[in-house]
Design a protein around this ligand. Structure first.
Ligand SMILES: NC(=O)c1ccc[n+]([C@@H]2O[C@H](COP(=O)([O-])OP(=O)(O)OC[C@H]3O[C@@H](n4cnc5c(N)ncnc54)[C@H](OP(=O)(O)O)[C@@H]3O)[C@@H](O)[C@H]2O)c1
Length: 328
C-alpha cells in the first residue's frame, strides 16, 4: 500500500513515499481504508524522535493518529462496526500508522462519522475533541458558571476547547496572538487577551481553570490567577511529570489549588458524545490547510510552526460515497 514513512528521525524532509505491506488485523481490530488524516503536534514531535526512548525506533515508521476512513475488514470479536461503515478516530498503535492507504486500530479507537460533515472534517476532530472533553470533565471537573482561561485558543485543541467549554456552560477567557484575534472571536469567548499586547500573568481576573494548551506557563507562575481550589491544567504530560515535585511543594501553600496534566484516552463512548455534538451543530471544526499525502513534508513544516488556526489535514484518498455514518 501507498504510505509516507520515515526511516530516521529528523526534519520534515525525512519523509519518503513507499509501497509497504498492508497491516494485518487481529481478531479485536478493524482495518480502515484511510480517506483523511489530521496532523497533531504529537506527529511532528515523534518525527523529530522526541518519544524514541519510550516507543523505540521500529523503522520504517508510519506516523499519524487521527483518521477518517471506510471499514474494509473487521476482526471476529468486533461487534460495533461492519465493512462499509465510515468511521473516525484516534489510532492506538505505537506511532499511529494513519499516513497510509490502510490503517488498523482497536474498536475503542473509533465511532461512526457524523453524517453532517465531510470525511475530511471528521479526520480533524478526534484527538483535539477527546483531549478537551476529558480535560474538562475528568481533570478540571468544570461546572456551569465557572471561568476557564484557554491559553492557545486558536489552534487545534484551543478552538475545540472553546466550543466544549461553551457546551458545558463555562465562561471563557481566550488567549492568542493579535493575528489570531479575528479567528478566535468567531467562537464568542467572554473576553479575549492578545498576548502580544498584554502579559497574561498581569490579568486582574481570577479563573477556576487555567488551561495551558500552548504550554508556556507553569503552576507556580499562574497560581495567583487561580481561585481557591482552582486548577492549572497542562497538556505536556512528560514535561509535567518532571515538574511534579515542584508543583506538589507549591500546592502545600496554595489554598487547595492544584496542578494537573493528562494524556488523551481512547474511548469510543466519548467519541460517540462528540459525534452527537457535531450532529447537533454544537461542535464545528475549522480546517486551516489541506495537503495531499505527497505533500506530507510541507504539511509538517507548516504545522510545527505552532500557529495554525484550527487544524491541518492530509488527504490520502477520495471520499467514500453513500456509506453508513452516525445520525443516519
Ligand atoms: N496530552 C495530550 O493528550 C495532548 C493531546 C492533544 C494535544 N496535546 C498538546 O497540546 C498542545 C497544543 O496542541 P494543538 O493541537 O492545539 O497545537 P496547534 O494547533 O499547533 O496550536 C498551537 C496554538 O498555540 C498558540 N500559541 C503559540 N505561542 C503562544 C503563546 N506564546 N501564548 C499563547 N498561545 C500561543 C498558537 O496561537 P497563535 O498562533 O495565536 O500564537 C496556536 O493557536 C501541543 O503541545 C500538543 O502536543 C496534548
Amino acid at each position: 500500500m501507498k504510505s509516507a514513512i520515515i526511516n530516521q528521525f529528523g526534519e520534515p524532509d525525512v519523509f519518503e513515499m513507499a509501497d509497504i505491506q498492508t497491516p494485518i488485523i487481529n481478531s479485536d481490530q478493524i482495518l480502515i481504508k484511510v480517506n483523511t488524516v489530521s496532523i497533531n503536534p504529537i506527529d511532528w514531535k515523534q518525527r523529530k524522535g522526541n518519544h524514541k526512548f519510550i516507543l523505540g525506533s521500529p523503522f520504517p515508521i508510519v506516523l499519524g493518529y487521527d483518521a477518517c476512513g471506510e471499514v474494509v475488514e473487521v476482526g471476529d470479536e468486533i461487534d460495533k462496526f461492519k465493512k462499509g461503515d465510515i468511521v473516525f478516530g484516534v489510532l492506538d498503535n505505537k506511532y499511529g500508522g494513519a499516513m497510509a492507504e490502510y490503517a488498523v486500530g482497536h474498536e475503542k479507537c473509533f465511532a461512526l462519522k457524523p453524517g453532517n460533515i465531510s470525511t475530511q472534517e471528521a479526520a480533524a476532530f478526534p484527538m483535539v475533541s477527546l483531549t478537551s472533553l476529558q480535560a474538562f470533565r475528568d481533570k478540571a471537573n468544570l461546572k456551569p458558571g465557572q471561568t476557564i482561561l484557554i491559553n492557545g485558543a486558536s489552534g487545534g485543541v484551543g478552538h475545540i476547547a472553546m466550543q466544549i467549554a461553551r457546551i458545558m456552560g463555562v465562561k471563557i477567557i481566550a488567549v492568542a496572538s493579535s493575528k489570531s484575534k479575528g479567528f478566535v472571536k468567531q467562537f464568542n469567548p467572554d473576553s479575549f487577551v492578545d498576548y502580544n499586547e498584554q502579559d497574561v500573568l498581569n490579568l486582574d481576573k481570577k479563573v477556576d481553570v487555567f488551561f495551558d494548551v500552548a504550554g508556556n506557563y507553569t503552576f507556580p507562575k499562574t497560581k495567583h490567577l487561580l481561585k481557591t481550589k482552582g486548577i492549572y491544567l497542562n497538556l505536556n504530560y512528560l514535561n509535567s511529570l518532571t515538574k511534579m515535585p515542584v508543583n506538589k511543594f507549591h500546592q502545600l501553600f496554595s489554598k487547595g489549588k492544584k496542578a494537573k496534566t493528562l494524556v488523551m484516552k481512547h474511548n469510543n463512548s466519548d467519541l460517540g458524545m462528540i459525534a452527537q455534538w457535531i450532529n447537533e451543530g454544537e461542535l464545528k471544526i475549522k480546517i486551516d490547510r489541506t495537503f495531499h499525502l505527497d505533500q506530507i513534508s510541507e504539511a509538517h513544516e507548516y504545522a510545527q510552526k505552532g500557529h495554525s488556526k484550527g487544524k491541518n489535514i492530509v488527504v490520502i484518498d477520495n471520499p467514500p460515497q453513500n456509506k453508513k455514518t452516525h445520525g443516519q
